[in-house]
Design a protein around this ligand. Structure first.
Ligand SMILES: Nc1ncnc2c1ncn2[C@@H]1O[C@H](COP(=O)(O)OP(=O)(O)OP(=O)(O)O)[C@@H](O)[C@H]1O
Ligand SMILES: O=P(O)(O)OC[C@H]1O[C@H](OP(=O)(O)OP(=O)(O)O)[C@H](O)[C@@H]1O
Length: 212
């Protein structure tokens, strides 16, 4: 049995065409089903539905053989025990620093003042500001980061930006790009060795179906 960990929403939707290329079709839709283990058309393949940030953990411990996770999530996890053979080029966005429209980020950084930064991506933010030599106080949040500068919780946020609509709607502006983000296929290292005969053809089919 091959177990594939996916999160609901954009990752599930954008992974489906790639799975189809590997001959795997989900028999139920996670948006309408309450099941967390979804059967597929293949007796030897099942899907498990987990939080996006939990995908690397399931694969690391071998509870799933394969998974799809954003580079944002993989950087926070650290990637331990994971083989990352393929950038799937899906769920594309950018990790950015953003501030209120009326906040002068350049001068704040130049003055060397400590910057209060709210984010779900604490490790990414810490690494980014350390590499720039900017002192920061990091405030861990689990969502709705855009609110933090509006109510005085932080000076800046580190968050994902795609269309920019969420920043615009909240009178924020992006001031720095930290990294381009897309999702990767992750594979448990032991699974790859023990189940290579089944997994390798799936990896090849995924690779052939990835759009540049
Ligand atoms: N606006 C976006 N446009 C494109 N890709 C995005 C966007 N937001 C997030 N992503 C990517 O999609 C992945 C999954 O995002 P999703 O919104 O489904 O989960 P989440 O709510 O961030 O995670 P969790 O449920 O663990 O808190 C993210 O890890 C990121 O790589
Ligand atoms: O630049 P935009 O296109 O506005 O996208 C950016 C938003 O998308 C992500 O949130 P979330 O996963 O909640 O987005 P969703 O509402 O699309 O699910 C991210 O945390 C931003 O809030």
């Amino acid at each position: 049995m091959i177990t594939i960990a996916l999160s609901k929403g954009r990752i599930f939707e954008e992974t489906m065409p790639l799975l189809q290329a590997a001959g795997v079709t989900a028999l139920e839709d996670p948006e309408s089903s309450r099941k967390l283990i979804l059967p597929t058309n293949r007796d030897d393949v099942r899907l498990i539905i987990v939080r996006a940030s939990d995908v690397p953990t399931y694969v690391q411990y071998g509870a799933a053989d394969l998974g799809v996770a954003g580079k944002d999530v993989l950087n926070e996890h650290g990637g331990e025990g994971l083989y990352q053979p393929l950038d799937l080029n899906i769920a594309k966005c950018r990790m950015m620093v953003a501030v209120r429209n009326d906040f002068d980020y350049e001068s704040a950084v130049k003055q060397g003042a400590r910057l209060r930064v709210a984010t779900k991506y604490v490790k990414t933010a810490r690494e980014h500001f350390a590499s720039k030599g900017v002192h920061v106080d990091l405030i861990k949040l689990y969502g709705s980061m855009e609110l933090a500068p509006l109510v005085g919780l932080s000076d800046a946020i580190v968050d994902l930006v795609s269309s920019g609509a969420t920043l615009k709607a909240n009178n924020l502006k992006a001031v720095e790009e930290i990294a381009p983000i897309s999702s990767r296929l992750v594979v448990n290292q032991a699974s790859l060795k023990l189940k290579r005969a089944t997994i390798q053809p799936m990896l090849d089919a995924f690779a052939g179906a990835v759009k540049s």
